[in-house]
Design a protein around this ligand. Structure first.
Ligand code: PLP
Length: 466
């Protein structure tokens, strides 16, 4: 063994203790660490011939990057839709690293990870109150979950058209309908060879992001009975709008289509008895995308898909790793590598298993309802403050607003940049209804009313200075 490696093997306890100290120091300062990153050119680096040991690497890392890591996992990072990491999820994530299992083993052989993953999927179905006809698995993010679901949809459509897309490639245009797809669904269509430009845009309801049922019906009529894929939204990123799932479910009875729901963060409405109705009917979808590293508050990279088990053959045809025909029932000698894009994978289920067991249904109801309350309160602040106006009514956890008055449109970018530069809060820019706007998404379990006060004060200060 290399002598530095040998040295580190002997020092492993000290190394992990030092790592833990660094982790604890970071978490202890999470309220003070700037929300906004400071960048330094990191591109010119050369690798030393002799290793410096883990201990020296940690020291070097802290010197080099320590002050540049921002508090994106902290309470006032409201950009994009970015969750934090609950204590138990960190426990599970650390152990997943140490155990270093590979989830490509056949269930019950090789290692335990597939069994843990399958159990965790059951816990998630229970959390979201979804039926057990879904086969679930973990991928790196909602983008890959959308990709996975749409890949199986693609295979299903190909079979209806009489060919095997996994083997023969896409031979003809495939109809894909959506009103307000997330950019990652378009990216998935690109990656799948379906072509993002081939998406048939459904009109939205007036002043909404949800699909207009009449427009959907019209587009379906145009297809003359051809099968299609419908990508629907459970939570759009600007206004957290939901498509009408009861209506879509009725259409399911009349037309032959694959119904996919991107519920990356909107799925968490299911955790709140007061808000779950926006999801009514979603249990009848063919596939659903949900993110773990957003509102579930587990570390990146974590998301899952749910695909109706009745498509297990299409799923295997799409993702089967070897070209040998599958022997027996695929759900018997079950191996995740034949059901999703990756082969070797870390045990992504473990942080989820830990956090679900640690906090339970009520813990997640509290996290979700806290975020919703904070968004409502922040929305009220925007409404009452004459300098700002809402771009859309606040729904669930996201506030989409702008500087009030047409004349101030050109100042929005500058205002946001100055606000983020305070390091006390981070929000992201958007465009909604042709207006420049700002989004604040509440998903972090740490955020409190006190954070809102800090944010509102900062907004006032930035306005006064400009
Ligand atoms: C965040 C998000 C995605 C993409 O998720 P990643 O985890 O970044 O891959 C897809 N759809 C919706 C609705 C999202 O909010």
């Amino acid at each position: 063994m290399n002598s530095t490696l040998q040295h580190d093997l002997i020092q492993i306890e000290e190394l992990l203790n030092l790592t833990q100290q660094e982790a604890l120091a970071f978490l202890a300062k999470i309220n003070e660490i700037p929300t906004t990153p400071v960048f330094e050119n990191c591109e010119k680096a050369k690798l030393n011939a002799e290793g410096i040991s883990g201990k020296e690497a940690l020291k070097l890392f802290k010197e080099r990057f320590g002050n540049m890591i921002n508090s994106s996992t902290g309470p006032r990072y409201l950009g994009y839709v970015t969750g934090g990491a609950t204590p138990a999820s960190i426990m599970g994530d650390w152990l997943a690293t140490v155990y270093d299992q590979n989830t490509q083993a056949v269930k019950g052989q090789g290692d335990l990870s597939a069994n843990i993953e399958l159990e965790t999927i059951q816990l998630l179905l229970d959390l979201f109150n979804l039926p057990s006809n879904f086969l679930g698995g973990f991928v790196t993010g909602a983008t890959m979950s959308n990709f996975t679901c749409l890949a199986v949809a693609r295979q299903w459509i190909g079979k209806l058209k009489g060919y095997d897309i996994a083997k023969e490639g896409v031979q003809s245009a495939i109809n894909i309908l959506s009103a307000t797809p997330h950019s990652s669904s378009l990216k998935s269509l690109s990656m799948l060879g379906l072509g993002s430009r081939n998406l048939i845009k459904i009109k939205t309801k007036t002043n909404r992001e949800a699909l207009d049922p009449k427009s959907l019906q019209e587009e379906i009529d145009q297809l003359n009975g051809e099968p299609f894929i419908l990508i629907s939204s459970a939570g759009t990123v600007n206004t957290v709008d939901f498509d009408d799932f009861i209506f879509i479910n009725e259409l399911k009875k009349k037309y032959n289509f694959w119904w996919h729901i991107d519920a990356a963060f909107g799925a968490f409405a299911a955790c709140s008895p007061r808000h779950k109705d926006v999801l009514n009917g979603w249990e009848h979808a063919d596939s659903i995308t949900i993110d773990g590293h957003k509102w579930l508050n587990v570390p990146y990279e974590n998301a899952f898909f749910f695909i109706d088990k009745k498509y297990k053959l299409e799923q295997i045809e799409t993702f089967q790793n070897s070209n040998a025909p599958y022997l027996g029932d695929p759900l018997e000698a079950f191996n995740y590598l034949n059901f999703l894009p990756e082969n070797s994978r870390r045990l992504k289920a473990l942080p989820v298993w830990f956090t679900l067991k640690a906090y339970g249904k009520i813990g997640y109801q509290d996290i979700v309802e806290n975020s919703i309350q904070l968004a409502a309160d922040f929305g009220k602040f925007i409404e009452k403050n004459q300098n700002f106006e809402l771009l859309a009514p606040v729904c669930l956890n996201t506030v989409c607003f702008t500087l009030s008055g047409e004349v101030n449109q050109e100042k929005v970018g500058d205002f946001l940049q100055k606000l983020n530069a305070t390091g006390k809060v981070f929000m992201t820019a958007t465009v909604y209804n042709n207006k420049k706007g700002i989004r604040a998404a509440f998903v972090n379990w740490l955020t409190t009313e006190n954070d809102l006060i800090i944010i509102q004060n900062m907004m006032g200060e930035v306005l006064n200075k400009s």
